[in-house]
Design a protein around this ligand. Sequence first.
Ligand code: KG4
Ligand code: ZN
Length: 346
Amino acid sequence: MKVLGLETSCDETGLAIFDSDSLAQGGNGLVGQVLYSQIDLHATYGGVVPELASRDHIRKLVPLLNELLQQCEMSRHELDAIAFTKGPGLIGALMTGALFGRSLAYGLNIPAIGIHHMEGHLLSPLLGANPPKFPFVSLLVSGGHTLLVAAQGIGDYEILGESIDDAAGECFDKAAKMLGLPYPGGPNIAKLAEGGDKTAYDLPRPMLHKGLDFSFSGMKTAVHNLIKDTKGADSDASIRANLAASFQHAMVDTLVKKCIKALKQTQMSQLVIAGGVSANVHLRQTLETELASIGATVHYAPLALCTDNGAMIAYAGWQRLQAGQSDDLAVSCVPRWHIDELPSLG
Ligand code: KG4
Ligand code: ZN
């Protein structure tokens, strides 16, 4: 089955084709993908402008589909189904991909299915080199969400903890802005932190002893105050590197400690990390070391599939389509949608 995946929930237009025949031949099933990032469009505003995002998705969908089909040497008539991101996300941006996908599927007389963006992220490590097997704990860390989920199977998700305020990625983005770094902040903080001393400044590890929920708004205030009180925070390269490294370390430390707590609570031994922040190398390396010491393993998607992309939507779509699920002709996007509301496949 050849499934076209469309991702337009925020500021990336991602399209990919997943082919289960290619999976059977030993690959990961991905036969092609294209991604257009709107980062430059939003950079001057310091964050995503929803209306500009929707308009840009509309402009890019058709040319990107043509480019993808050319890359895969396929005609659109060879597609068997279309999966699109149905939520959560920016409503206008979601509508562009959903309407495009649903109409194209209608025109081609093939099924279409709306996919939960965070389920796409959650399943993306199954496309990686070292895929986990159910059950596992998943840390979903993106620009809009921070969730710890116990995953027993596809659609069988229990939320163990979540952020009560800002998401981890959002906190990276805000700290980066305070340091005068461009959007998106995460990769820029990570780059600046490379030469820095992570123990130079002490930042809080919020809610460490309170269950599995997270809170990052206090961290934001702490970073703000630290930058304000530190001479050279705007000009001295080594002070700036130390600030970035200390902030990244505090974030990673908090996430890692909660993951270990979740593994112990569920008595599971595999951790999956997914979403944009899972691209963070310090987070990956710290988890590798810390989990090895408790006999657990960490699994993540290839770097290119950590941030938003069409491949994760095509893959999640295929999983649900092959189980007999599909959407009817009505297109309804869900900007706020909890992952534990999804139907299970079992
Ligand atoms: O999953 P994603 O691409 O989009 C959403 O669904 O939100 O995540 C984007 C978030 C941004 O906040 C970005 O700063 C963060 O992921 N991010 C990172 C890194 N790469 C992306 N955060 C920390 N370290 C990184 N290397
Ligand atoms: Zn995402």
